[in-house]
Write a protein that binds this ligand. Structure first.
Ligand code: ACO
Length: 437
């Protein structure tokens, strides 16, 4: 970390001595005030629920400028990566810090593809779930269970274990997501085919059956790959922070990633694409485009809990750059599958237009996020709505594992242990049961 010449001074109105706090410079983006000695010197904590102003770590992986609507992986703009690279190149970049050259890419593709199968025993584990279980419930269990199968890569402090666990997780997630889908619909699992690309292989495991192979459609495969690229990492979001926090105890990488999967499930995070499609479906059922006005009224009503799903973001106070790319992909995919006149897509476009012009959304800088479009794309590809978040988890696995690896390799890393402002009862005495009124 690069120290700044400027220092912050914290002073108190009650005459307590003031304190100088060092400031560190980011290579781009905001500087941070180092408060690590604050408690030791003043006996006070800082208070920041939801981490609105707190950097929990230093990182070299992903940078977001929410006001500009900019997203960089290892310094490269997401737009250039989405246009020039495939998901495997992006995985390599996130894990290793640089884009691969042709030989490195070939070796990496091969390395991932030789780990795509899961232990055969996993299917018996899967069988314990109800067939109608939500795929994210199943995925949380399956990913956590990996640590019961791959004992030789569970020591998070061993760099070799971390490296092999990273490849295993990236390689096996598509297999697990496809297995949970096939289990839910009662079809046989389709084994991975390593001659296919990462995304084409995933789509084949999803859509082929033992009696009919799946012919990958280039446009759809590219769209799937783009969904993976756009969701691969997003700095210290809720699930990534969960993975870091969980991993900080020294638990194994599979357990830490399972914690990330669980966190991602929530509708304020990765569950938003599913919630967005469900919202569009509900508006459609109630009358479609004509009902948008009524729906927006509910969203703006302080007494209702209705939100425009797929809109707003903690960090982006401008158009989410991933949403622009996903919007482009959305048009391509709907064209390729002949769904250009799809009523749900038309409804989404009308809703987007109205929201972007509405004073409520403009004043709060609420723009569409990537989930607003990714659900429509996935639906057009043929992915069932409840599986959307599992696909997000598949894509985000590389980000989680890269961030976990970075944390463990950081000499300043400590177990995550936030403090609190206690506002409960002062110390009191336990009365015997008979004396309690
Ligand atoms: N619809 C309606 N109003 C909204 C929305 C929305 N989608 N998002 C925020 N607002 C309003 C809030 O009610 C609040 O209004 P107020 O100032 O009058 O009280 C204001 O905008 C600020 O919102 P916050 O909730 O403080 O913003 P925060 O940064 O905490 O939340 C979040 C961000 C959770 C993403 C929120 O915008 C949201 O719930 N959006 C819908 C869910 C969604 O799409 N999530 C996906 C996130 S992207 C991802 O995970 C890939």
């Amino acid at each position: 970390m690069i120290p700044s010449d400027v220092k912050a001074t914290l002073s108190f109105s009650d005459g307590s001595p003031s304190m100088d706090l060092p400031i560190y410079k980011g290579s781009v983006g905001p500087n941070v005030i180092d408060i690590r000695k604050l408690y030791g010197q003043t006996g006070k904590f800082t208070y920041d629920p939801g981490f609105l102003s707190t950097a929990s770590c230093n990182s070299t992986i992903t940078y977001i400028d929410g006001d500009k609507g900019e997203l960089l992986y290892r310094g490269y703009p997401i737009e250039q990566l989405a246009q020039n690279c495939d998901f495997m190149e992006v995985c390599y970049l996130l894990l290793k810090g640089e884009l691969p050259n042709p030989q490195e890419k070939k070796d990496f593709d091969r390395l991932v593809s030789v780990h795509t199968m899961v232990n055969e025993q996993m299917q018996f584990f899967l069988r314990g779930f109800r067939r109608d279980a939500h795929p994210m419930a199943v995925m949380t269990g399956l990913v956590g269970a990996l640590s019961a199968f791959y004992h030789d890569s569970t020591d998070v402090h061993n760099p070799e274990h971390r490296a092999i666990a990273a490849i295993r997780l990236i390689a096996k997630m598509p297999t697990l997501v496809a297995m949970s889908y096939k289990y839910g619909i009662g079809q046989p699992y389709i084994y991975p085919k390593n001659s296919l690309s990462y995304s084409a292989n995933f789509m084949r495991m999803m859509f082929a059956t033992p009696c009919e192979d799946y012919e990958p459609n280039e446009v759809l495969v590219r769209a799937m790959d783009r969904i993976f690229i756009l969701h691969a990492d997003h700095e210290q979001n809720a699930s990534t922070s969960t993975v870091r926090m969980c991993g900080s105890s020294g638990t194994n990488p599979f357990a830490a990633i399972a914690a990330g999967v669980a966190c991602l499930w929530g509708p304020a995070h990765g569950g938003a694409n599913e919630a967005c499609l469900n919202m569009l479906g509900d508006i459609q059922k109630q009358g479609g485009v004509e009902k948008i006005g009524e729906f927006i009224k509910q969203v703006k009503d302080k007494n209702s809990s209705v939100k425009l799903m797929g809109f707003g973001h903690r960090v982006y106070k401008n158009y989410d750059p991933r949403a622009k790319l996903m919007r482009e992909t959305c048009h391509e995919v709907l064209g390729a599958v002949g769904l250009g006149n799809d009523p749900l897509f038309k409804l989404a476009m009308a809703l987007e237009k109205i929201a972007l012009e509405d004073e409520y959304f403009v004043a709060r800088k609420l723009y569409p996020n990537v989930d607003f479009y990714s659900g429509i794309v996935q639906r057009a590809i043929g992915i069932p709505v409840p599986l959307f978040t599992a696909i997000f988890a598949l894509a985000r696995t590389v980000g989680w594992i890269a961030q976990l690896d970075e944390m463990i390799g950081d000499p300043e890393y400590k177990i995550g242990r936030p403090r609190q402002l206690f506002v409960g009862s002062e110390p009191r005495h336990v009365k015997p049961l008979a004396q309690r009124g």
